[in-house]
Ligand binder design. Sequence first.
Ligand code: URA
Length: 242
Amino acid sequence: MERLQKVISNSGYCSRRKAEELIKNGKVRVNDVIVTEMGHKVSGNDKILIDGKMLSYDEKEYYLLYKPRGIITSTKDEKNRKTVVDLIKTDKRIYPVGRLDYDTSGIIILTNDGKLTNLLIHPRNEIDKVYIAKIKGILTKEEIFKLTNGVIIDGVKTSKSKVKLKKIDKKNLTSIVEITIHEGRNHQVKKMFEAVNHEVVKLKREKFDFLDLTGLKSGEYRKLNTKEVKKLYNSVNKISSN
Ligand code: URA
């Protein structure tokens, strides 16, 4: 038996908070009875209707995509541009876990597993994401120190990151920098470099936790295996119990 709001959010229908709202607002029926009580427990045999529609538990699918530049991280685009979902052949309603900008390439996970998605994008999560940034200018030791210890973006300090200067091009005045962060704020890497007066001209995400792009070319994808999915669940285990 599990709490109703957890069952709804785990199905991928919506977040836990949204599920609680739906329950509070009398939108959820269990075995044809409206339930507004928050701790209500249900089992797999209970019929759950939200706004009159049966809650479905799709078989879960997990993909790792090498997102090319020039693709939207979304399920739909109002301007009809290609999205990351368009690159994957499936009849399931999958969606991306987090975001990469239109002009950022690299690793992104797509799934219809709402529970794992909510855990992986939870603000308290500590999932390491490794980016390679090509920036304008030569990054100094002081700037590396600032980036490592946190810079202010949108009025809030970023948490600690790891920064490695990989290469400098003194002729063209550019640097290649590896930066590892575990937050997922909007345009975070670009804004962090902006905070130390460097423009990011190219950005690629090379790692998401233990996963990388080995064996994939830009635009290609593969399914995650059971072991990898379990390992991702283990990575966020700390917060999965509530
Ligand atoms: N940080 C950015 O600025 N852009 C991305 O796409 C990802 C992280």
